[in-house]
Design a protein. Structure first.
Length: 138
């Protein structure tokens, strides 16, 4: 039924400010903007080994029923090479650490969770499974 991640959207009150923050975090330019890069309501970045889409969308388009006063229950984890360094870098750029780097068992998994300055939750993970998948597809 589920074939793979296509896009994760973060709702933000200030699309230009969020775009600038994610440019600094990702070190890349967005590849898509609507209606325009100069006056965006929606911006997309392609990121990671599989060029997944990270969208920043104006909060005015938040679906009815999503509470903007608190984070939703889902955490999307992104594989990183060094969870502690990634969490520290994001915090230095204004993110709030919600869960510090934590080892998960004895097989190498490490996770952390931060909130960006716009209230969106980012999961960070060092995942041996992700690395195994990369080896198989390369």
């Amino acid at each position: 039924m589920l074939h793979g991640l296509t896009t994760i959207n973060f709702f933000v009150d200030d699309v230009p400010a969020a775009t600038a923050w994610y440019r600094a975090v990702l070190g890349i330019e967005p590849y898509f903007a609507r209606p325009s890069l100069e006056d965006p309501a929606y911006i997309e970045f392609r990121i990671g080994d599989h060029q997944h889409e990270l969208g920043l969308i104006s909060s005015t388009y938040r679906p009815a029923g999503l509470d903007s006063a608190r984070p939703a229950g889902a955490v999307m984890y992104w594989h990183v090479d060094d969870v502690a360094a990634a969490a520290e870098r994001l915090a230095s750029l204004g993110a709030t650490v919600l869960e510090p780097p934590t080892e998960r068992g004895d097989q190498g998994w490490v996770t952390a969770v931060v909130a960006d300055p716009f209230g969106n939750v980012l999961g960070l993970m060092y995942s041996p499974h992700y690395l195994e998948m990369l080896r198989r597809v390369s």
